[in-house]
Design a protein around this ligand. Structure first.
Ligand code: M6R
Length: 608
């Protein structure tokens, strides 16, 4: 949830650290800080707030130096504040340390240190590492780092400076990602390869339980016993990683517009239309394996969980496999019945979501087959599952997920077609839906043409405090995702429901000041949705319909119609969510919200 950058070389460290923090801010951004070695001491500057506001207040003269560490934080232990921002230091201020992850036994360790006379200056778990490192340092950084690995439970990535080692960075990894970047006469550490672009030419991905000692000339990696280990140095191809806004005012808008292209690539890579076959052989599930599966559990969080809902509809209805969609963070609480006939599919954009990883670990420990539907194959979850279906959305920077969601839905539909094929249900379905899927990119392009109209609707609703989103069938999922997008970036309280639920309670909320978005495209549920809209209008509610562009009734029962082209009802959720993404975007823009970095949220939630 946080970001780490460290630099040692011949250049001034401050601008490099600030740039790195900027790049990593999508991971969390409630406070930021740096520590730089200067004249025998570590100078620390940090505070609550965003790096764009903080960095101009830091003196380049005070922070002149060529070795330092930086951090951007998303608070877990202790509120966002100056004292809780990283770097954290030990009592003598001879050690500065930045941390991603969670120290699980921090209370016990803190009490132990306090009993030895240590006075803590912050509420963070991170400070424990700083004191422990300092107290166990006798000139050998590897020995001190090994103590951290021995005594500290949980998962963490650490970058450490010691004032007696002016040009040295010490990196420690357990669980949370950490890389060393190798440049020319300079080296770096970072929690994400993006922060290394522009300076490093090669990277070393640290493995769990490893320690790296990094100077301008060398980077040496050790295991938890202190033995030097062989590491792979991978070339860093910056062209694959650099992500700009490409003329769009926000990443979110750019990512919404990328959807046709990303989905086209995913579908064409996986659908062999000549033979009505889905190419998913790399998942390691042959026909027999698919036939032996008795239940599928789809697990994810947030938007990925809503993608799971969709996956459960299609897997059960089209492939005939009993399937349920579960919130990953509730999985262990259910004490689920799992065996080798259970397929657990973890859905995650980042592949690093802690809740989802814990649920995967449970599934693996109980003998389930596991698949990851992921946007980052080389990730925490990617390494834990038996096979990965790469959703191929490309790097998503906006905190509100858009293109990853439609790619997850598409990937889950492909998976469903493959399962249907293997279980003898594919003859008609694979050809029909496979062909229909080819129309998704064009249908989304057509939705984009309504951007102006969506902007007008946003103008109408942007002062609302509450909203409802309704859909039926697989589009009940679209309603949930539409509501989540709206609340995440515009801060309007929005609830999504399967529309059949209205009369069982939520209709009490309907009033002229609560706009309702109703997804009523062509398909088995369209008439009932028209009925829902009538009921809302009868109670003076403002209705925004997402309806087929040739639907003559929708304009009669809705105040606004966001038109979408007609596609197969099983595919419609992939298209119907797009006007809702745009509506959330346009509404947030009119409310002056920070669209790419909404308050309190982080792109990747690496703590439970
Ligand atoms: O990286 P993941 O897909 O596992 O993330 C899961 C959720 O944290 C994520 O979808 C979150 O709900 C987004 N902010 C949604 O826009």
């Amino acid at each position: 949830m946080c970001g780490i950058i460290g630099y040692t070389g011949a250049s001034q460290a401050l601008p490099i650290l600030v740039h790195g923090i900027h790049t990593l801010s999508y991971r969390g951004y409630d406070s930021a800080g740096v520590s730089i070695f200067r004249d025998g001491a570590l100078i620390v500057r940090k505070d609550k707030g965003r790096i764009g506001d903080l960095a101009p207040t830091w003196s380049r003269i005070e922070l002149a130096g060529t070795c330092g560490i930086g951090h951007t934080r998303w608070a877990t232990h202790g509120e966002p504040s100056q004292k809780n921002a990283h770097p954290q230091v030990d009592a003598s201020e001879g050690v500065a340390l930045v941390h991603n992850g969670i120290l699980e036994n921090d209370i016990a360790l803190r009490e132990g240190l306090e009993a030895e006379g240590v006075v803590f200056a912050s509420d963070t778990d991170t400070e424990v590492f700083a004191h422990l490192f300092s107290r166990n340092f006798d000139g050998d950084p590897i020995a001190a780092a090994r103590v951290l690995l021995e005594k500290c439970h949980g998962h963490f990535a650490l970058a450490i400076q010691h004032h007696l080692m002016p040009d040295t960075l010490i990196a420690v990894r357990r669980g949370s990602p950490l890389l060393v970047g190798l440049g020319v006469g300079e080296n770096l550490v970072a929690s994400d390869v993006l922060a290394l672009v522009g300076r490093a030419y090669h990277t070393i991905e640290m493995a769990d339980e490893q320690i790296a000692v990094v100077t301008p000339e060398s980077a040496t990696v050790y295991d938890k016993h202190g033995n030097e280990v062989e590491v792979e140095r991978k070339p860093l191809d910056a062209s694959e990683l650099t992500v700009g806004k490409e003329g769009f005012p926000h990443y979110m808008l750019k990512e919404i517009h990328e959807q046709p292209e990303r989905l086209y690539e995913l579908i064409t890579a996986r659908m062999d239309l000549q033979h009505d076959h889905v190419r998913l052989d790399d998942l390691g599930l042959d026909d027999d394996a698919w036939r032996s599966i008795e239940r599928v559990d789809l697990i994810g969080c947030g938007t990925a969980h809503y993608a799971c809902f969709y996956g459960a509809y299609v897997l059960e209805a089209l492939a005939g496999i009993p399937t349920r969609a579960l919130q990953a963070h509730e999985y262990d609480a259910r004490l689920p019945v799992i065996d080798d006939k259970t397929l657990v599919i973890a859905v995650s954009q980042s592949g690093e979501t802690a809740d989802t990883k814990v649920a995967v670990d449970l599934a693996v420990s109980q003998g389930a087959r596991t698949i990851g539907v992921l946007n980052v194959r080389e990730s925490f979850i990617g390494r834990a599952v038996d096979g990965v279906l790469d959703i191929h959305a490309g790097r998503e920077v906006g905190v509100a997920s858009t293109k990853a969601y439609t790619s997850m839905l598409t990937a889950l539909l492909l998976l469903t077609l493959r399962a249907a094929e293997a279980r003898g249900r594919g003859d008609e379905i694979v050809g029909r839906l496979g062909r229909a899927m080819r129309g998704i990119p064009q249908a989304i392009r057509q939705v984009m043409l309504s951007s102006e109209l969506i902007g007008e609707v946003a103008r109408e609703i942007h002062r609302a405090n509450n909203m409802l989103f309704l859909g039926r069938g697989a589009d009940a999922t679209t309603a949930l995702e539409g509501a989540l997008k709206m609340k995440e970036i515009s801060y309007i309280h929005a609830e999504g429901y399967a529309a059949g639920e209205m009369k069982h309670g939520p209709i009490a909320l309907v009033s002229w000041e609560v706009p309702t978005v109703a997804i009523a495209t062509a398909g088995p549920w369209r008439d009932r949705m028209i009925g829902n809209m009538r009921e809302i209008r009868a109670r003076e509610g403002l209705v925004i319909a997402v309806a087929a562009d040739d639907d003559d009734d929708a304009p009669k029962v809705a105040d606004f119609v966001l038109p979408v082209p007609t596609v197969d009802p099983w595919i419609a959720p992939i298209v119907n969510v797009v006007p809702l993404q745009l509506l959330a975007y346009e509404t947030a823009k009119r409310r002056g919200c920070d669209i790419d970095q909404p308050r309190n949220l982080a792109k990747t939630v690496t703590v439970q």
